[in-house]
Design a protein around this ligand. Sequence first.
Ligand SMILES: C[S@@+](CC[C@H](N)C(=O)[O-])C[C@H]1O[C@@H](n2cnc3c(N)ncnc32)[C@H](O)[C@@H]1O
Length: 474
Amino acid sequence: MSKLDFSHYSRQLSLDYDDDTTVEDATYPDFLVKLLTDDLDFHNHTGNYATHNFHSFQAKFPPQLPSKFILSLTQEGDVVLDPMMGSGTTVLEAFLTGRRALGFDIDPLAVKIAKVKTTSTKPNELMQYCKLILKKARNQVENEKNFLEKELSRRWESKSKEFIDYWFAIPTQLELLALLLQIEEIRDERIRTFFELAFSAIIITKSGGVSLAFDLAHTRPHKAKLVIDKHGMVILGEELQRNNSPRLNFLTKKLRSPIDEFEKRCIQNINGLIRSPSGKFDPEIKFGDAQNLPLENASVDLIVTSPPYASNAIDYMRAHKFSLIWFGYSIEDLGFRRKEYIGGEDTTSTEFEELPGATSTVVSELSDLDEKRGKVLCRYYSEMKRTLEEMHRVLRPNKAAIVVVGNSIMRGIDTQTQNCLAEIGQAIGFEVPKIGIRRLDRNKRMLPAGSTVNTSSQIQQRRHGEYVIAFYKA
Ligand SMILES: C[S@@+](CC[C@H](N)C(=O)[O-])C[C@H]1O[C@@H](n2cnc3c(N)ncnc32)[C@H](O)[C@@H]1O
């Protein structure tokens, strides 16, 4: 691979700084360099406070990261935006520190998660509802099995039902439906969404939760081959058990009761609420596309965000459909939506943008090896160009966007995401004072498939960290 001429993104500082230096003591870009030189790893910090852990989410960043930039670069009442908010880490930190938080995402589950995490609800009231849901759902599973079975066969069209039958055992389906029917009865939207999120959280976990999937953090979830119900009965894969296959341990799933799991999750989340203080300004959280934000020009004081990886390395919809399907989305609709995510693989209707020099060289090198993958990368940089243009438009002058990105390797080619995005940003009018580096704590962050630690591999080492790019609007 040829050596590309990426400019070296590190501004020479004209100030001596220490921990007490504030944005008033320096020029804004110099202060950004100071912030990106500090420790960005946050390995010894916990993310388990307030509502941050209400629901798992792949590649969410630690709350300390947005918090650092929010506290250093904004004041109470300032507007903080995350246009690809995911589980709402930035939005929640902005809310907790009295900023006006704005968050958008194209993923319906992300919007639900971020909303619930930043909505003040009364713990006692939730606990009352929780007890009622559990009582009625348990009663229905015990006494109205026929009704539940009929409802299960009626609710979904054939393709969606096939998906449910493939990924959820029948006893699990019955309990999930009984819970859902109770949740749907709740009129107050804030309360209903709180319970929908607890429902989703028992399905979407790294281990696949109450579904038959093994690993929803991976791009392709695997289905359990041997399934044992809560009474110890084998309900799938008897043959495998008889053959005493050595791989059995990895393929076995013991079913847990969704109602019991829901109870635990509700109690955990309600306890999270009790400890979380409420901010002054209600956040605005909306479904929306980062490439076309419904915001005024020059209306935002700070952006802290992390876009998806290039090459669709984390396929959010593939995991999220496991719970979205229970909320009335059809498999077909979810399939269409999946194509819209930044970094998607379908390039049939992509509007490709003109990319600056070194970025288009990376794309050409990949295209020479594999034309299809080249188009996918070109789609990613085109989408990120439109997203960065929107960020530039909505930021006030003398303000910044902090963008956290992971790098990708496609067909052995380093996509140099951090350098390419910096170059694209410069081409549309941003200054890039510095690209910071943070080392990932593999135990904490849910990352794409194939990211297991192998320190001998260069590729894995690169994936072991991510980049924090400061884009400054003069
Ligand atoms: C890396 S995640 C963000 C994680 C987030 N920082 C957190 O802490 O939870 C990237 C997000 O970008 C969202 N996304 C993808 N395409 C988008 C688009 N066109 N507009 C808005 N959000 C998009 C994905 O749905 C995903 O939630």
